[in-house]
Design a protein around this ligand. Structure first.
Ligand code: ZN
Length: 412
């Protein structure tokens, strides 16, 4: 087994990265690497160890070796072995491969061969789950994995569906041992503390290093921030946004000391417009969730709900949560296509400057890309004090709105 050869290759690849992809220099010096013929090609195990089959390795050109090493090292650096827990293994692997390969291609590195036609790409994922590339780029690996889980549920050979190729299924669930190529940093192998947290710290350093070197591709940075910047759940964003909104509107708005659930100021009231997607693609479960959100808002505000599908329906007013159950829920009509422009237009006409606007949708909006729709999003955002778009499936290109994923499983 030519372990010394692999060691030399990895050293060369680290030097190559120093010049062309500095982000991986630090991770490459920290990672533990083993050689074993128990795996077909190369993979990352559950502990973040990089495993390489020496026979497979010897068939590769240097450009291919660079690609394989960089692909696997992105998996490790981005904490994919730890993040995939709780997901369908194939679904997560495909999502992570799509993201990693997109980032490498996006970085435009010369001297690596990244395409043999059989690798996972966002294009292939797009064709399978019917979400456009632009949205996939904005979605997190977890969000894509969830959609893939739905798409491949009950189908065997999930990896083959998308043509994982020789590098498919490279995030393995077990720990893999073999002949040691590189011991890895002591901090990673001393069994103390949480491995994911340790890799997050390495990731932060890798990002800083790449930035200092003036070479941090934007697409990669997005993937890194997916790990380092934990987004608060949507309702916290909504609360934060609405709190700012109160401050702007009233100099007497003091935040309540008893917490968020109690009114902070007597007599102060604000309006929230909730534009609820009731088109045919919205499930019962989603609609229930949307109504829950409206109820939540109605605890502190007057809610004006507008159900919409291909058209905008009547405005349903609720001054408190029980109004939502009585007046709003029974009148949620719809079931048709999904065109948002009429609902935006209606809201713009009826709302007061400074009102808050929350759009609730699965994200499948037919007129999303239309110039007129974008203009209406912008117009609405310029009048409102707070704008948020909560989606259950894919983000929406809505200028002026903060996109927030609403998790169907998360209780309010
Ligand atoms: Zn992979």
């Amino acid at each position: 087994m030519n372990v010394e050869g692999i060691r030399q290759d990895l050293r060369d690849i680290r030097i190559f990265c120093g010049r062309y992809f500095p982000f991986l220099v630090i991770p490459l010096s920290y990672v533990r690497v083993v050689a074993t013929e128990l795996i077909p090609t190369a993979c990352v195990d559950a502990l973040g160890t990089l495993a390489i089959n020496p026979r497979f390795w010897s068939t590769l050109s240097i450009e291919e070796k660079r690609f394989v090493a960089m692909h696997e090292m992105l998996h490790v650096s981005l904490c994919h072995p730890f993040r995939k827990k709780g997901f369908d293994s194939d679904a997560y692997n495909i999502a992570a491969d799509g993201k990693v390969n997109y980032a490498l291609r996006d970085a435009g590195i010369q001297g690596i061969i990244y395409s043999r036609g059989d690798e996972v790409t966002l294009e292939k994922i797009s064709a399978l789950i019917k979400i456009d590339i632009e949205s996939l780029v904005k979605m997190s690996t977890e969000e894509i994995a969830k959609e893939l889980e739905k798409a491949i549920k009950g189908k065997c050979g999930a990896g083959d569906l998308i043509g994982g190729g020789r590098m498919g299924k490279d995030l393995v669930d077990s720990a893999i041992d073999g002949e040691v190529v590189q011991e890895g940093d002591k901090s990673l192998t001393d069994n103390a503390g949480n491995l994911e947290e340790k890799w997050k710290r390495i990731l932060q350093r890798a990002k800083d290093f790449a930035k200092q070197a003036g070479n941090m591709p934007a697409g990669l940075e997005r993937l890194v921030d997916e790990v380092l910047e934990v987004k608060p759940p949507w309702y916290i964003i909504a609360r934060m946004g609405l709190r700012n909104h109160e401050k702007e509107d009233s100099s007497f708005a003091y935040p309540s000391r008893r917490g968020d659930e109690y009114p902070g100021l007597y007599g102060y009231h604000y309006n929230v417009w909730c534009l609820v997607d009731t088109s045919g693609s919205i499930s019962e479960e989603e609609l229930k969730l949307f109504l829950g959100i409206i109820k939540h808002e109605a605890r502190r505000a007057t809610v004006y709900a507008i159900p919409w599908d291909g058209e905008a329906y009547e405005v349903l007013r609720a001054d408190n949560p029980s109004d939502v159950a009585r007046r709003v829920a029974p009148r949620m009509r719809g079931g048709g296509g999904t065109v948002i422009a009429p609902a935006l237009l209606k809201t713009i006409k009826l709302m007061n400057a400074g009102d808050a606007v929350i759009i609730l949708t699965d994200g499948e909006i037919f007129d999303e890309k239309k110039e007129e729709t974008k203009r209406l999003f912008k117009k609405l955002a310029s009048i409102a004090s707070f704008t948020m778009l909560g989606y259950t499936r894919k983000p929406v290109d809505a200028p002026g709105f903060t996109n927030v994923r609403i998790d169907l499983k998360r209780r309010l």
